[in-house]
Structures are given as C-alpha cells and as structure tokens.
Write a protein that binds this ligand. Structure first.
Ligand code: MV4
Length: 448
C-alpha cells in the first residue's frame, strides 16, 4: 500500500506526478535544489526537502540525499520522473533495499534494457525485428569491417552503454570504419565507463516511432499505440504526435505486439516505451526506455488513459485499469516549449515577467511556470508542454497554431516562434516526416 510518494525530480514532471498522487489520495514529498527553492512543485507538495546545491550532481542525482529525504519525511514510495535517476538501476535497488516502493520497472529490467547491445539480443529472442548488425559487442575493428562489408555500408557504430543518440557514429566505408572504431570506443569508455560498441545497417531517413507500454505485477501488459517523434534537434524531441500518419491498424497491431514481446522478455512492469525506426514499410527495434517519457500526454490524449496514475496503481499492487489496448481516438500533438533562443537555440534563463496560458477546447498545458518564476540555467530548458487534441490531424494542427498564438511568455526567449514555423511547413502538414526533417529547416540558407 502507498501513502506518501517522494518525487525525485523537478519542473513540469514533478507537478504531473503530484497531480496523479493527489487524485489517488496520496501525500507528496518534493525534493529540490537550492536553485529550485521557489519552484512550483515545492509549493504544491505536502512536504519539501532541500537536498543540495544547484548542480544536479549534488542534488537531483545525489542518491544518499534523496533517500535521506524519504527517511526524514516518512515517504514510503519514490517516483523518479524522467531523466536524472529515472533509469538508474542502482538507485532503484537502493530504494527497494531501504524498504521503499519503487514506482517504476524492476531494476533488472532497467539494467537489461540499459545495455543497448543486450537490448538488441533481447529483441531477437523475442522475435522483434532488428536491423542487420552485430549481435554482440564488437571485439576488434577487423571484425567490424568484415561485418559491415557483409551487411553493406553505410553502417552506424553505437555504444552499448549509450542511447538517445549518445555515442553514435555513421561510417560510409571500410577505411572510415578502421579510423572511427578506436575513437568511438575511447569516447564511449570516457562518456559511459563502458567502451563496448555494436554496429547496425544505417537507415538514412528513418522515422522515430515509439510504442507506450503499461504492465502490472500480474503479467497483464498492454500497448497504448504509437507516437511519432521524428522531429528532433540533436536528439532532443521537439514535436511528438499520435497516431503516426504512416501507421495503419495492421502495422499498429504488429508494432504493439512486438513492443509487448520485448517488454515481456525482461519481466517489465510499470510504464515504458519501446522505440523503433521505420523506413520503407519496415520497422526495427531500436531501444527501450524504462521510464515515463516527456511525451506521455500525447498518448493520454488519444487513449484517455492516465499513465502516471496507472504507474501508481501498479506500484500499489493493483491490476492495470485498461483490460486491453484501447482504440486511438482523434489526433494529439505535443510541442515542447524550451527557454531558448528560437533561432540560435541558445538557452535563455531569466525571470518570467508575463505569463498567459492558452485556453479553449483540446488544449492542455503541462508547465511549472508562474509569473515571477526565475528560470534557472542549471537544468534542461523545457519550461512547458503544449498538448493539443483534435478529431483529426488538421484540427489538431489548427488548435496547435491557436495555442501557440495565445501563449504569452515574457522575460525569457522561447522556442514558440520556431514551433509556429514547423506548423506551417508543407512537409509537416503533409505528414512527410523523418529524423532528417529539421536538417532542411536548420540549413543556414533555410533561415533566410
Ligand atoms: C539509427 C539511425 C539510423 N540507422 N540507427 C538516434 C537516437 C537513437 N534512438 C537511435 N538513433 C538513430 N539510430 C540506424 N541503424 C538514426 C538515428 C537517429 C535518430 C533516430 C530517431 C530520432 C532522431 C534521430 C536523429 C538522428 C539519428
């Protein structure tokens, strides 16, 4: 049984978890750095504990401080949110060893899916399609060249301990691979403490499609359909939507079945997302995220499922609410609003001097902003998510435009103008998307 949840996070996701906890009748504990003393999640939680100075390493990533905060407040569960310690299997283990309920997947599942080469092997044994590539970490650059010659260049070298775009390198031919191999291994060793590399056939214009999974402790596991997340800049998603314009019910059924198979293979519970690349009618397993994601509201809008509330239910030992995969209704789009210059993307910290949220049918705002809030420079720049829902994609796009046109934020620069430009792009309006979508928009001459 849960009674008091410590939210080991900040910003909009901390508010989101507080909202679900309040609905479930659970007390909440906020933890915050000194820089977040005046943040909204601190004010809205029932209790709050300062866990360290501004730097994430000394506060939100400080396992001892977070656990101490749970002890002194009598919290009996921990929700990690996303980022920070959300996919840190050691943190999950410590939470459980301290007798607290971990609101997330079993640490073993986090670990198994955290090793991207092992995740690929799990996909294979679960019958989930993967791209041609190495089954195990590469043992030498000669092995890499031989394998790449077999599957055909270009190939992409990836760090087993990487993910989310970190530790990736596209290689066009054997000579380049011989040069890149050692550098990639050293970079991976330095960045992740693990230099293992694997390689895959490189897709040059894939879509990023991901499937939301919910799984309870009794073996019930459902997929909640796909999200299209192809519009990304430097592996930071900017726009997410559901359903995808290229997924029909037959493909959806296939991808959902594949996602459930991969999750079941690692004994997954709670909420997670299986990422695929899609190109030329085929989908391929990429990786699995064992956490709630920023873009979960898109799926909530088209399924009516409260994913965070389901996480609390699952952690409390209750069975899944939905009994089967819900049909998707309408179309949802999420726009991530960052405190950054809309042209240079340079972070723009500062005080919010003016704030007006968009209103009206089909608009949801998840944000920790308030007038007078000081956006700190220490953390990622996400300050709001605009989630719109329409009966179809054109209505969702119209509502997205209206929402951005009536979203007033003064005192900091935001990415709103850049999003507004995306919503006018012919390729976007036609649903012609791929992970290369922004390449064209961000080309120097394209800015004129
Ligand atoms: C790829 C790929 C093309 N071919 N793998 C980037 C993050 C991680 N999810 C995997 N990523 C990619 N893996 C193969 N074999 C292209 C990307 C990729 C990408 C994928 C999804 C969304 C945005 C992306 C941006 C650049 C590269």
């Amino acid at each position: 049984m849960l009674s008091k949840v410590l939210i080991a996070n900040r910003g909009e996701i901390a508010l989101r978890v507080i909202a679900a906890c309040r609905e479930a009748g659970l007390a909440t504990v906020a933890v915050h750095s000194e820089a977040d003393r005046d943040s909204l999640h601190v004010r809205l939680a029932d209790q709050a504990v300062c866990i360290g100075p501004a730097s994430a390493r000394a506060s939100y990533l400080n396992i001892a401080s977070v656990i101490a905060a749970a002890e002194i407040t009598g919290a009996d569960a921990v929700h990690p949110g996303y980022g920070f310690l959300a996919e840190n299997a050691h943190f999950a283990e410590v939470v459980q060893e301290c007798g607290l309920t971990w609101i997330g997947p079993p640490p073993g599942a986090i670990k198994q899916m955290g090793d991207k080469a092992q995740a690929r092997r799990t996909a294979v044994t679960s019958g989930v399609p993967i791209l041609p590539g190495s089954a195990n970490p590469l043992t030498s650059r000669e092995e890499a060249v031989a394998l790449a010659a077999e599957i055909g260049f270009p190939v992409i070298l990836k760090a087993s301990a990487g993910g989310g775009g970190k530790g990736m390198r596209v290689v066009a031919d054997a000579r380049a691979l011989l040069h890149a191999f050692e550098t990639a291994r050293m970079e991976a060793e330095r960045a992740f403490g693990n230099g293992d590399l694997y390689l895959e056939k490189y897709l040059d214009h894939p879509r990023h499609l991901e499937v939301q999974i919910l799984a309870d402790a009794y073996g019930r596991m459902i997929a909640l359909g796909e999200r299209e997340c192809s519009i990304q800049r430097r592996h930071q998603k900017l726009v997410e939507e559901s359903p995808s314009t290229v997924v029909d019910e037959a493909l959806r059924q296939q991808m959902c079945a594949a996602a459930v198979a991969a999750a079941r293979a690692v004994g997954f519970t709670s909420a997670g997302t299986v990422e695929f690349l899609y190109q030329d009618g085929q989908f391929y397993f990429m990786e699995m995220n064992t956490r709630i994601q920023v873009e979960h509201p898109v799926t909530e809008a088209v399924t009516g499922v409260d994913i965070v509330l389901e996480q609390l239910r699952i952690a409390a030992g209750l069975p899944l609410g939905p009994r089967r995969r819900p049909a998707l209704r309408g179309h949802a789009i999420e726009l991530r609003i960052n405190a950054e210059d809309p042209v240079t993307f340079a972070p723009s910290a500062g005080t919010v001097t003016e704030l007006g949220f968009p209103v009206g049918p089909g608009v949801r705002i998840d944000s920790h902003l308030y007038r007078g809030y000081r956006v700190p420079p220490h953390y990622d720049s996400l300050i709001a998510k605009v989630i719109v829902w329409g009966r179809d994609r054109p209505e969702a796009v119209r509502r997205a435009r209206r929402a951005l046109d009536t979203f007033l934020i003064g005192g900091v620069k935001t990415s709103i103008p850049f999003h507004r430009r995306i919503l006018e792009e012919p390729d976007f309006l036609a649903g012609r998307l791929s992970t290369r979508f922004l390449d064209r928009l961000l080309k120097p001459e394209a800015g004129t």
